[in-house]
Ligand binder design. Structure first.
Ligand code: PHE
Length: 438
């Protein structure tokens, strides 16, 4: 008898324990699947992004959750591998039964995963994948950043107008959708602006020896080299190019953004430029609060990955709150209805392609690895952030200057007026506001 009672007690407590666990269907929590590269070639992308998302989730949970439900993050490392990204998202929708998905950074990995989220009708939001294909995978796929036709135009315009380059070389990672997409836009726009692409060379992620490409580039005598790639390869290429006597500036895109870029490339990158999503120097109170909170929590200045991921998480939470439901279709609709969400990286309203339209900053790398805003690119339809008036520990001040704007399609801004919030500090270079349209 005693025995039976004992086993009954065990069974009862087991049942009780099970009942208290969040069930496979989500229990009483909002389950968000996060797939990012926290190891592998682009580990910095995933680590920064996860940090931004965790901070956003802790903030919402501390404030009582979403409509009373706590957010549970299911964070998975895809090891910088596209097929692993697809495997993870398959598990998210079949086993973990997540309500929404955040990821990835690299376009190729978002492209690999998006059809799976789309088929399962689980909303997926990428914070930072810029290739247009990502959101073409279906109406459940959103992105809260700008796209490469805009970023590529800004890069090409910077080379042609601001650097006054006439002869460009291109270095492309042929297996990377982001790199090949940017290559196309950069060469089109640079040519349209009167420049000439004199040589195009390719590499593969992880390559260690760029000797052959450098020889060919050097022979073509370019006055700028566009390198639309990711930080690890870019840094190594820069070093080897300088060793071989190439001195012209290298110009790239957001894929350069990582603390590792300068750790690997060092002085080889001095005087080079890349386009990015935000600057920690903007005096906008939203930016400054984020930078301070992030520094308090992690001890480092947040890069663009952290900022875009923090924004994406908050946009998703806001949509779930407005949906007032964990149903995929309801969340999807609420996401689509997002209007002027005040993000750190700009205001987010999704357009008909479920992409965001946001401004771009051109960053200059200065001696010692300082990232300075060289130029702000006004993108049609995007509100400009406030420029900084004082230096931050991470990067020097980004004073602004007259809007002189010119872009492949956009007209020159009418008046060259100085914005009162953008005073020039003597040491820093001027950072004009330019306009760009894809
Ligand atoms: N935009 C890049 C891509 O789509 C990813 C990236 C975003 C990298 C932001 C760094 C910073 O592949």
């Amino acid at each position: 008898m005693k025995r039976i009672l004992l086993s009954l007690t065990i069974v009862a407590s087991l049942l009780l324990a099970l009942a208290c666990q969040p069930s496979g269907s989500g229990g009483d929590k909002v389950r968000i699947g996060v797939f990012m590269s926290t190891t592998g070639d682009t580990a910095n992308f995933g680590i920064s992004s996860v940090n931004g998302i965790k901070m956003a989730a802790d903030e919402v949970n501390l404030a009582g959750g979403i409509n009373g439900k706590q957010v549970e993050l299911l964070i998975q490392d895809d090891r910088s591998d596209a097929s692993e990204a697809a495997t993870i998202v398959t598990k998210f929708v079949t086993q973990d039964q997540v309500h929404a998905i955040l990821g990835e950074v690299a376009s190729s990995r978002s492209i690999a995963a998006a059809p799976i989220a789309q088929n399962a009708k689980i909303p997926m939001l990428t914070p930072s994948s810029t290739n247009p294909e990502v959101t073409k995978k279906g109406d459940y796929i959103f992105r809260s950043c700008f796209i490469d036709p805009v970023q590529g135009a800004a890069i090409a315009q910077f080379g042609a107008k601001s650097l006054n380059a006439k002869r460009a070389a291109l270095m492309v990672d042929r297996k990377n959708d982001y790199s090949t997409g940017l290559e196309k836009v950069i060469s089109e726009v640079f040519t349209r602006l009167g420049g000439q692409v004199v040589v195009t060379q390719s590499y593969q992620a992880g390559d260690q020896d760029f000797n052959a490409q450098i020889t060919s580039i050097k022979g073509a005598n370019p006055d700028v080299i566009f390198v639309p790639g990711y930080y690890g390869d870019v840094a190594l290429f820069a070093k080897q190019a300088r060793d071989k006597g190439i001195t012209v500036p290298l110009v790239g895109g957001d894929g350069w953004d990582s603390p590792s870029l300068y750790q690997i490339g060092g002085a080889a990158l001095d005087g080079c430029y890349f386009s990015n999503h935000y600057s920690p120097d903007d005096v906008d109170p939203i930016v400054q609060k984020f930078v301070t909170d992030f520094k308090t929590r992690y001890g480092t200045v947040p890069d663009a990955l952290a900022a875009t991921a923090y924004d994406a998480a908050r946009i998703m939470f806001d949509a779930i709150k407005r949906a007032n439901s964990l149903d995929g279709a309801a969340i999807r609709q609420a996401l689509a209805d997002t209007k002027e969400f005040p993000g750190v990286t700009g205001k987010v309203t999704f357009n008909e392609n479920r992409d965001a339209v946001k401004p771009i900053v051109m960053v200059k790398i200065e001696a010692g690895g300082k990232f300075v805003v060289a130029e702000r690119v006004q993108v049609e339809g995007a509100a400009m952030p406030t420029a900084a008036t004082s230096a931050s520990p991470a990067a020097a001040a980004s004073p602004a200057a007259p809007a002189t704007g010119a872009s492949p399609a956009a007209k020159t801004s009418p008046a060259a007026t100085k914005s009162p919030a953008m005073t020039t500090s003597p040491a820093a270079a001027k950072s004009p506001v330019k306009t760009a349209t894809p």
